[in-house]
Structures are given as structure tokens and as C-alpha cells.
Design a protein around this ligand. Structure first.
Ligand SMILES: Nc1ncnc2c1ncn2[C@@H]1O[C@H](COP(=O)(O)OP(=O)(O)OP(=O)(O)O)[C@@H](O)[C@H]1O
Ligand SMILES: [Mg+2]
Length: 225
């Protein structure tokens, strides 16, 4: 599904050049659960932005389902992003003055789904993360773990090709982190949902079928982290 080959990313700010990704290559197949680890500043989010069709400015090649992702215009990038990816963030990124239902509806509205499809997709997604009973609540009426469940429901409701999660348990205590990881595991096992997750928490590697480790711009698959 995802084929990244010799990708390089250089940030240029004024006189300074920062070579963040150096000949990064890897593949991700449908149904994998991939962990991306590495120190702060090693380039994990930079890589996620490329895989998630947020940043198209890189050299090397990225083939997604047989299609080259380079040289797409902004419109093509955002169409691909809205259709193919479900994003989950450390700080949930829910809209505070929208209800749970309205938050989960958003990507479906972007995708141009019918009202009937939207209603059933939202309810199915909330049910799949065990939080359908909170559908009319507002984010500030929920715990951190419940907010992250809503965010996961929002990410999966339009049935994307893969989930990109950047430190999804970073703001949660250890018990709640395990609950959230178990939801990712269930989605991966039952629906064959592909998960790509950045984490610095090595205890989570047992959830991953593969760990990619970033160091000084180099990315290597590792089994010993
Ligand atoms: N838009 C940008 N312009 C210039 N430099 C950037 C930009 N974004 C990130 N960087 C730099 O690139 C390097 C990699 O950043 P990145 O955010 O990818 O790291 P990270 O591995 O996700 O770190 P963390 O674990 O702290 O989230 C850092 O040195 C950062 O300062
Ligand atoms: Mg980061």
C-alpha cells in the first residue's frame, strides 16, 4: 500500500539547512500495525506529514496504492488525504463547541456522503470504540480517554485506507493508554485497519507487527527496541 523509497527532506530556514530525512525507505502493507519510534527531533512527525499527504515537498519517491504522490497539486493532495487517511493526535483535536456526533460527522461531510450514510457511519464508528452513549455530549463533558475514543471514531468513520496516529497515548495515564491501544488492536484485528503510530513509549511495541526506528534522519526496521 505505502512504498517509500529514498525519501529526503530538508528544511530550509534563512541560511540554515536541516537534513531531517536521509534516504528513508520502507513499505507498509494493508493490515499492518506499524510503530515509528525515535528520539524527539529525529523526524517522526516530518515523516508522518509526508505519509499522510500533508507535505508533498520532498525528494525520492512515495507510491501509494500504485500512484505516485509527488507533484500532486494542493487540491489533489487534500482529496487524497481526506479519503485515504484517518488522523489521531496526542491532544485529540476535537472541536469543543461541537457535540460528539458533530465532531465525528465532519470528515463524512467533507467526503460528500448522504445524510443517511452519515448517520449510520457515525453511530457505527462510535459503537466500534464503545462510546455510542456519549453521542450528544460535548468534549468538555468527557475524560481524556473518552475524547481519544471520539477522535478514533472520527478517524475511522469514513473507512480510510490507514490510520496515522502521532503519540495517541501521549496525554493519557498508563491504564487509559492500554484501553486506547486495545481499541487500535481491535480495529486492526477485526477490520484489518492499517495503523501507523508514532510513539516514544517502548512498552507499546508489543502491539506492533513492525517497528521502524528513526535515528539522525536514518530509518531502520528494528526488532530489538
Ligand atoms: N516546518 C519546519 N521548519 C523547519 N524545521 C522544522 C520544521 N518542522 C520540524 N523541523 C525540525 O525538524 C526536526 C524534526 O522534527 P520533527 O517534528 O519531525 O521531530 P519528531 O521526531 O516528531 O519530534 P518529537 O518526538 O519531539 O515530536 C527538528 O529538528 C525540528 O526542529
Ligand atoms: Mg513529533
Amino acid at each position: 500500500m505505502i512504498q517509500v523509497k529514498k525519501v529526503n527532506k530538508v528544511y530550509i530556514t534563512g541560511e540554515e539547512k536541516l537534513h531531517v530525512l536521509k534516504d528513508v525507505s520502507f513499505n507498509i502493507e494493508k493490515g499492518e500495525f506499524v510503530g515509528i519510534m525515535g528520539e524527539s527531533g529525529s523526524g517522526k512527525s516530518t515523516l508522518m506529514n509526508i505519509i499522510g499527504f500533508i507535505d508533498g515537498k520532498f525528494t525520492g519517491s512515495y507510491i501509494f496504492n500504485g500512484q505516485s504522490v509527488k507533484n500532486l497539486d494542493d487540491d489533489e493532495m487534500s482529496k487524497l488525504r481526506n479519503k485515504a487517511v484517518g488522523f489521531v493526535f496526542q491532544n485529540f483535536n476535537l472541536i469543543e463547541n461541537y457535540t460528539v456526533r458533530e465532531n465525528v460527522e465532519l470528515p463524512l461531510l467533507y467526503a460528500g456522503k448522504s445524510p443517511k450514510d452519515i448517520k449510520s457511519s457515525v453511530e457505527n464508528a462510535l459503537d466500534s470504540v464503545g462510546i455510542l452513549d456519549k453521542i450528544d455530549k460535548y468534549p468538555n463533558q468527557l475524560s481524556g480517554g473518552q475524547k481519544q475514543r471520539v477522535a478514533i471514531a472520527r478517524a475511522v468513520a469514513h473507512k480510510p485506507d490507514f490510520l496515522l496516529a502521532d503519540e495517541p497515548t501521549g496525554a493519557l495515564d498508563s491504564v487509559t493508554s492500554i484501553e486506547i491501544m486495545d481499541i487500535f488492536k481491535k480495529l486492526n484485528r477485526d477490520n484489518n485497519t492499517t495503523v501507523v503510530m508514532v510513539t516514544h513509549d517502548r512498552s507499546l511495541k508489543s502491539y506492533c507487527s513492525k517497528v521502524l526506528f528513526m535515528k539522525d534522519g536514518d530509518l531502520k526496521e528494528r526488532t530489538d527496541v
